[in-house]
Design a protein around this ligand. Sequence first.
Ligand code: DLL
Length: 435
Amino acid sequence: MQISIWDPQHESMPREELEQLQLERLQATLNRVYKNVTCYRNKFNQLGIVPEDVASLSDLSKLPFTTKEDLRVNYPYGMFAVPLREVVRIHSSSGTTGKPTVVGYTKNDLKTWSNLVARFMTSAGVTHDDVVQIAFGYGLFTGAFGLHYGSEAIGAAVIPMGGGNTEKQIMIMQDYKSTVLVCTPSYAITIADHMEKKGIDPKSLSLKVGLFGGEPWSESMRREIESRLMIRATDNYGLSEIIGPGVGGECLHKCGMHISEDAFIAEIIDPDTCEVLPPGSVGELVLTTISKEAFPMIRYRTRDITCLDYAPCDCGRTTVRMRKTMGRSDDMLIIKGVNVFPSQIEEVLISIEGCEPHYQLVVDRKGALDTLEVRIEVTENIFFDEMKQQRAFLETVEKRIDSVLGVGVTVKLVEPNSIPRHEGKSDRVIDRRII
Ligand code: DLL
């Protein structure tokens, strides 16, 4: 396995040196936000903290968290640490309700971002010989632009295809000989379905690697994508508030996503008590940016549940690896007292032939009892099956989900492509109990 590293100086830094660099960058960031961002100055003042109080990395835990609510209150530009004239790009989060989160980048931030994306692309095996087809929507969403600039930094040929139009995506893939596919994992399944329907053999394509991110996906979904598209499917993670894609990504060993720790400090906390948990614990990921100018974030609560592995990786990188996310602390549903993560349902669906990993959970309450309806997109032949066959299929799915969750569910089959998607991400949960 040939391994190359985009930025060996930072990605393979001895731990001690890395921590020294993190501390220096953290102190500079704290000074910047204390001086320039009223929200941070007020929060620090309330706790009686000044940036100089942070003398070691363990002092980070003294600092206040930043939440989505802070960004909402300071909408649109209140969290910016530079005047607008220094901002050269604006993006926003892919949320569908309320005001989106607005994030900004200076010229230097764009350079940093491109390099961070180039890192994880290189770690997944992408080189300047590749032809990268970007099937994320170009627009306010960070996915397309992030991967676009990262590919250019590597020197690969970029096809800025944009999202949707699956038929054309496949034609371009065939004609332009794309070797790398960039999209959400659920869109990769849609492409595989379409190819199957049209009788297109994945071997006839030039695709080698898939860079998938933007939403949670399971190991079984990876296996399905790898076998149906005949590619190596890799995971990469990021969020607009922190930078967009480029927070972390898998290397060829696919054993967790390397976080670029010279740019971000990662902590795991208990989402209920907010206490920092020891290495190896499962909890909510909290990220602090330490090299951004326009939009620094201090201890941002991502709501993503994962765990961190500090053991060295065989690829030579020394940076911490985050495990595939196990859901979001705000996505965890409590149904009849049982904790349910959407990812558990996805695992079941993917193991049943005819089910697509596009699903939606509708939680409601009848009297005092919670109910959970699982809407699943199924292939056309199942959707149009005889009533009797459909009933048998439904019962199988209900039983399988029940045995994994320990909660009775009602399954409803819906037509392919009928569950709303935003930026290629499926809308997973509707909780009517809180509406
Ligand atoms: O989704 C940035 C991104 C684009 C990452 C393309 C990777 C590739 P947002 O729209 O702000 O930004 O959504 C961020 O998406 O907090 C996670 O809950 C989820 N997410 C992103 N990547 C992954 C992943 C982009 N690889 C939110 N696995 C995050 C699991 C992911 N969840």
